[in-house]
Ligand binder design. Structure first.
Ligand SMILES: *Cc1c(COP(=O)(O)O)cnc(C)c1O
Length: 385
């Protein structure tokens, strides 16, 4: 088979399975509206849960950071790319979340890959929730450690897998709030069974951080657990991008020696770290709390309305409210009908989710207004006919 044949055949498989992915360039993609040229839709597809991507103070902080530091960081943090702005934000994060250290990464994807690659060795075992994010599962399956998956949120099965004899060390992996289902992991049980097996626990709280818990401290704070390794990301509720690993002093020092994604990659622009510090102070403030309350009101209104309209909801209490449709084509057609009616929703299809569970992934944000939720319910109802 030639290269051209390989590419052609992969593309034609995707087309035939209705899983061909495309991108749509937007004029404006985050916040309440999604716009393409002159057209605009209510945006129910962004992870900008608190609406902070459009916050004037955060925009101003980024501009001031650029005035002070310029645009790029100029190198890896190990050379010249670690600024006082990075340090200040790391310290602010660590203090907020109650960990000795925080290390910044350019993305959640990079943070998860770096952690798993740097920590795991041959003879070790990773036991991960089956629905964990691709950045975790992919790193785990490429790592020299053995990968076992436990049924979604099944801490008893996690315990069984951790109890199998092993020569090496064990890492349990889960998320605070699951990205495609919106439900929460039973973190207290997962922590207990992992500790009982002398393993470490990694929790990726990309969708919980900023959104739930006191001062927005996330899923671990809500469930009163403290995983050995906590990954938080800033592309969602923080309205920016980037990620951090929260850990002990020693683990941070270890990662600085062995995390290749830190050592061989340009650090985030210092101006972005300045903006992130501003976002953190808003997340923690009364304003952040008010935004969380607005979001929670929208979630309750959506769920109540959807139930009245007899739509099949999941157990999610979060901003992620998937409506499982089943067939890929049906999900695509519904998404298209919704767009015709002014609401932008993305159809999520396999392999991102299990086969036969194609869904419309509704994400609600504090940037929405109450009547936006009602509009969404009306057009969803009509699109099912
Ligand atoms: C979005 C997401 C990531 C990736 O984070 P990025 O900063 O967007 O690379 C990692 N884990 C989970 C659970 C996510 O939802």
């Amino acid at each position: 088979m030639s290269w051209q044949q390989r590419i052609d055949s992969a593309l034609s498989d995707r087309r035939h399975a209705d899983t061909f992915r495309r991108r749509y360039p937007v004029t404006h993609g985050a916040g309440r509206w999604l716009a393409q040229g002159e057209q605009r839709w209510l945006n129910f597809s962004s992870n900008d849960y608190l609406g902070l991507s459009q916050h004037p103070q955060i925009i101003a902080a980024w501009q001031q950071g650029a005035d002070r530091y310029g645009t790029g960081s100029g190198g890896s943090g190990h050379v010249t790319g670690y600024s006082e702005a990075h340090q200040q934000f790391e310290q602010g994060l660590a203090a907020w979340l109650g960990y000795p250290r925080a290390l910044l990464f350019i993305s959640g994807f990079a943070a998860n890959q770096a952690l798993i690659t740097a920590l795991m060795s041959k003879k070790d075992r990773i036991v991960a929730d089956r629905l964990s994010h691709a950045s975790l599962l992919e790193a785990a399956s490429h790592s020299p450690a053995q990968l076992r998956r436990f049924a979604h949120n099944d801490s008893a099965q996690l315990a069984t897998l951790l109890a199998k004899p092993i020569d090496g060390l064990q890492l349990a992996v889960t998320e605070g709030i699951f990205s495609m289902d919106g439900d929460s992991a039973p973190l207290a049980e997962i922590t207990a069974v992992t500790r009982a097996a002398d393993g470490w626990l990694l929790v990726d709280d990309a969708h919980g951080i900023g959104v739930c818990g006191e001062e927005g401290r996330g899923s671990c704070s809500v469930q009163q657990v403290k995983p050995d390794l906590l990954v938080v990301t800033f592309g969602k509720a923080f309205g920016l991008s980037g990620a951090a690993v929260l850990c002990s002093e020693d683990v941070a020092d270890y990662l600085l020696q062995f995390a290749r994604h830190l050592i061989y990659s340009t650090s985030m622009p210092p101006a972005q770290a300045v903006a992130l510090s501003q976002a953190l102070s808003i997340v923690r403030s009364d304003e952040g709390e008010a935004r969380r309350q607005t979001l929670n009101r929208h979630i309750a209104r959506f769920r109540q309305g959807a139930e009245q309209l007899d739509m099949q909801l999941t157990a999610s209490k979060s901003a992620i409210q998937p409506l499982i449709v089943g067939e890929n084509m049906r999900a695509l057609q519904m998404a298209e009908r919704l767009r015709d009616k002014g609401c932008w929703l993305t159809a999520i299809r396999p392999p991102t989710v299990p086969a036969g569970t194609a869904r419309l992934r509704v994400t609600l944000t504090a940037a929405h207004q109450t009547h936006d939720i009602d509009t969404l319910l009306e057009v969803l109802h009509a699109a099912r006919e």
